[in-house]
Design a protein around this ligand. Sequence first.
Ligand code: TXA
Ligand code: MG
Length: 350
Amino acid sequence: MTEIVKIDPLNPDQSTIKYAAKFIIDGKLVAFPTETVYGLGADTFNSKAIRKIFEVKGRPIDNPLIVHVSDISQLNRVAYDVPEKAIKLIERFWPGPLTIIFKRRNEVPPEVSAYLPTVAVRMPAHPIALALIRESKTPIAAPSANVSSRPSPTTAEHVIKDLYGKIDLIIDGGETLYGVESTILNIQLDTPKLLRPGAIPLEEIENVIGRVDVSEAALAEKPYQLVAEAPGMKYRHYAPKAPMFLVEGELDRIVKKIVELAREDMLKGLKVGVLATKETYELYPESFNIIVLGSRSEPYTIAHNLFKSLRLMDELNVDKIYAEGLPMKGILFAVQNRLRKASGHNIIRV
Ligand code: TXA
Ligand code: MG
């Protein structure tokens, strides 16, 4: 049975937070909003609850979870040997959507980290998430609250659709702010490495700690080898039901190509969806199912709308989806990474 409670993110009701925290303390699974996407949380130190997370999501057991903390003492309960560069990043970006890879303490059940010697940690900036962790008095391990391979949830309705009946509690705190997940950084290397582009732009991280390498998984140009650096990044992800094609290149050529391909599909009787932008949507025939992500000059709007638009394509029951490529800059690096993965690396270059 799944209970649903509503909490106002701007003024979280303390008694409802207490009620939800009791679920975490009792080893139950709670979906909650963060500033990025909804998470599916459990007590980090309860390995039985952690295994349940993998089970209900259908998540491969070699894909580790992120541990969410509400203060630095909780970080020190799960990680050790925090490097100088991490302290700089924490001062600048926490609470916020930056996940850092640390050395894992033995007290953390290995299932949390898929038996890696490391642990991924972040301090979320969302008032409900922070209050829930604080009140539970334990770090909360949480992946995104979707069924594995589906687009990440940015509303409680998305969580209900994927996980109702499988988890204990869903906290409805409205739509999330960023709409893409946290940036993941490995600082256990001489030159830190970006494992997953996310809500905090790479450029801003480099402003604080200097050069950062970018992993192949972050570029997501092709499917990766079996041993990926961010294990989760090797799976097909964020995928809408219909096959999706991502067209990359110069913008007017992108539009031309999509029009050409979609026309051919429609002649075959297929229903076509297009993920377009404010600058381009008028260039497509009205018979296409067009969803506008936002203006190319407002990248945060595009990120905010990404996952719900992928889910909307499912509801429109399209047979094929075409998406316009975006520049790999700022938060759009994250959007472009998710689009490449959602397309199963069906990338058309024009
Ligand atoms: O914004 C977010 O990060 C959201 C919210 C809920 O906080 N969470 C999220 O979790 O996106 P999830 O499980 O969907 O993605 C976790 C990613 C996976 O790609 C996983 O491989 C990586 O974090 N990860 C976790 N622990 C790791 C570790 N020790 N080393 C390398 N990558 C790790
Ligand atoms: Mg996820």
